[in-house]
Design a protein around this ligand. Structure first.
Ligand SMILES: Cc1ncc(COP(=O)(O)O)c(C=O)c1O
Length: 470
C-alpha cells in the first residue's frame, strides 16, 4: 500500500487520529483502497507519519467499530466487504443535496409552497391520535393495492360533487404523489405511446417521460391553453394537459379547445387525454369549469389529482381515475404492487373528508388565497402596463408579463441578487420559445405570508427596476 496517500496536518484543528480515520475511510469508500487490502502495520505507519502508535490505534479501532476494516489476530487489519454501502450512498446523497442549495432566498415565490400557517393542526392531531390505536391493528398490515376503499369512496364522492368527475371507487388508484402515479400510467399505455406535452409545461412529466425513454412532442400553449390544432398535426397518442389552470402559464383551456381535444381523442382508438387537475380546488373567478373527465363520453380521459395543493405537499397522496378498460388492465398487470401510501395516512385523510373537515379547510383556504391574490393584484396595478398579471383565475400561482429591455434570464438573475426567487417561464420550456416574446415570470404566492405580501412584491418590483406609472 502506498503510504504517500496518508497526509496528516499537524497544525489542523482536527485531531490526528481523526484525520487518519477520515482519510482511510474515504479511500475505502472511493475504492482507492480495495476490499481485502491489508492496512500498514501500526508501528510502521506511526514511524512513517511521525506520530504516536496510539494515534494509529485510535484511527484503526474507529474503523473496526464502524465495520470498514477487520482485525485478524497476528495477521493485521483488512478492508472489509462493505455491506454498509447503503450508508455510504446516503452520505454522498447528503452532500449532493447540500451542494444543490445554492442560495438562501429571503423571499421565495415557489409555486410548490402552501400557506402553512393555516393548517388545521388541532383536528389533524386528534384524528391521528384516534387512528393510531389498538382498535386499528389491521392498519399495520398491507391493505388494498389500489388504496383502501374508505378513502377511494371519499375521493369518488368529493370528485363528483366538486369536479363533476363520474367514477366509482373501483376506478381510483392511490399513489404517493402524481410523480408515483404517472409512471404507472406510462406503463399502462405501453412503449409505443407518444405523448403530447404542454410547452411550457410541468417539468416533472417531461422528466418522467425522458427517464422512461418514452417519445414525446411539445405542444405550444397560448392564452386559451394548449393549442390543439398543433397536436392534431403530430402522431401523439396521449396528451398530458392541465386544463383547469395550465402549469405554468395559468391559462384555462377554453370551451372550444376542450371539445376539440376530446374530438382529437375520439378520432383514433387508444388515444388518451391525461387530465392533471392539480389545483382546481382553488378557483376565484367565473363559474367552476367542469373536468374533461366529466364531459368525456368515450372513456378516454385519465383524471389525475393530488392533495399536495389542497392539504400539504408532504402528505404525498395523489390519485388517478382510470377509464374502465384501463382499470381492468391495471388490475391484471399491477395488483401485485402494494399501495405506496401508508394506511394510517389513508384512513386519517378519509376521516378528515368524511367528517366535513376537508370541505371546511378548502373553504377557509380559498378565502385566504383569494385575499392574497387581491393584495398582489392591487400592488401590481400601480405598475401597469409595465407589469401585467395573467393566469390568476385559479390556484396558487400566476404569471407576470414584464415590459423590459432585459431578457427573462436577466430579470430572474436581478431578483436572485436581491434574495428573491422567481421562475422564468423559459425554465419550463422544452425546446424553443414559440409563442411568448416578452419576459414572463411565474409567481407562486401560496407560501408568502399575507402580511408580507405587499413588501415582498414591492421588493421584487424594485429588484426588477420597474418604476411606478404616473
Ligand atoms: C402540474 C402539477 N401537477 C401535479 C402536482 C403535484 O404533484 P405531487 O402530487 O407529486 O405532489 C404539481 C405540483 O404541486 C403540479 O404543478
Amino acid at each position: 500500500m502506498d503510504y504517500l496517500m496518508f497526509q496528516l496536518e499537524k497544525e489542523a484543528k482536527m485531531p490526528l487520529y481523526e484525520q487518519l480515520y477520515t482519510e482511510i475511510k474515504e479511500a475505502i469508500i472511493n475504492g482507492t483502497i480495495e476490499e481485502g487490502a491489508k492496512l500498514p502495520a501500526k508501528r510502521k505507519l506511526a514511524d512513517y507519519l511521525a506520530v504516536s502508535q496510539t494515534t494509529i490505534e485510535f484511527a484503526y479501532s474507529q474503523l473496526v467499530a464502524e465495520g470498514f476494516i477487520s482485525s485478524e489476530a497476528r495477521k493485521g487489519f483488512f478492508v472489509q466487504n462493505l455491506e454498509e454501502l447503503a450508508l455510504i450512498k446516503q452520505e454522498s446523497y447528503v452532500n449532493v443535496q447540500e451542494e444543490k442549495k445554492e442560495v438562501d432566498y429571503l423571499i421565495d415565490f415557489s409555486p410548490g409552497k402552501i400557506d402553512t400557517d393555516s393548517f388545521p393542526f388541532t383536528v389533524w392531531r386528534k384524528l391521528a391520535k384516534d387512528i393510531i390505536s389498538e382498535t386499528n391493528k389491521d392498519f399495520l398490515l398491507l391493505g388494498d393495492p389500489q388504496g383502501d376503499y374508505a378513502l377511494r369512496q371519499q375521493i369518488a364522492s368529493y370528485l363528483y360533487q366538486s369536479r363533476g368527475v363520474k367514477c366509482t371507487p373501483e376506478q381510483i388508484i392511490l399513489g404517493s404523489g402524481t410523480e408515483q402515479i404517472m409512471p404507472l400510467i406510462i406503463r399502462l399505455l405501453g412503449k409505443d405511446a407518444i405523448y403530447g406535452v404542454e410547452n411550457p409545461g410541468y417539468p416533472l412529466t417531461h422528466h418522467l417521460l425522458v427517464d422512461d425513454q418514452q417519445k414525446s412532442v411539445p405542444i405550444s400553449v397560448d392564452a386559451e391553453g394548449v393549442i390543439v390544432s398543433e397536436l392534431e398535426k403530430t402522431n401523439a397518442t396521449a396528451m398530458y394537459v392541465t386544463p383547469s389552470h395550465q402549469f405554468p402559464t395559468g391559462a384555462v383551456l377554453s370551451a372550444s379547445r376542450r371539445s376539440q381535444l376530446l374530438s382529437w381523442a375520439y378520432q383514433k382508438e387508444y388515444r388518451y387525454i391525461i387530465e392533471d387537475d392539480y389545483d382546481s380546488e382553488f378557483r376565484y373567478t367565473g363559474k367552476p369549469i367542469p373536468s374533461l373527465q366529466g364531459i368525456d363520453q368515450n372513456q378516454r380521459v385519465i383524471y389525475l389529482s393530488t392533495f399536495s395543493k389542497s392539504l400539504m405537499p408532504s402528505l404525498r397522496i395523489a390519485y388517478a381515475v382510470l377509464p374502465k378498460p384501463l382499470i381492468l388492465q391495471y388490475k391484471q398487470k399491477y395488483s401485485y404492487y402494494a399501495a405506496t401510501v401508508p394506511r394510517m395516512d389513508q384512513h386519517l385523510l378519509a376521516t378528515f373528508m368524511e367528517t366535513g373537515s376537508f370541505a371546511k379547510h378548502l373553504n377557509k383556504m380559498r378565502k385566504i388565497y383569494k385575499r392574497k391574490l387581491e393584495i398582489i393584484t392591487k400592488t401590481i396595478m400601480q405598475y401597469e402596463p409595465l407589469v401585467t398579471i395573467s393566469g390568476e383565475q385559479a390556484g396558487m400561482h400566476l404569471l407576470l408579463t414584464i415590459q423590459s429591455d432585459k431578457t427573462e434570464e436577466e430579470l430572474v438573475l436581478q431578483a436572485k441578487k436581491a434574495g428573491i426567487r422567481v421562475y422564468g417561464v423559459q425554465e419550463y420550456m422544452t425546446g424553443k420559445l414559440a409563442v411568448f416574446t416578452e419576459p414572463k415570470l411565474l409567481l407562486g404566492f401560496g407560501g408568502i405570508k399575507t402580511e408580507e405580501l405587499i413588501s415582498s412584491i414591492t421588493a421584487l418590483i424594485k429588484a426588477l427596476e420597474i418604476t411606478k406609472t404616473p
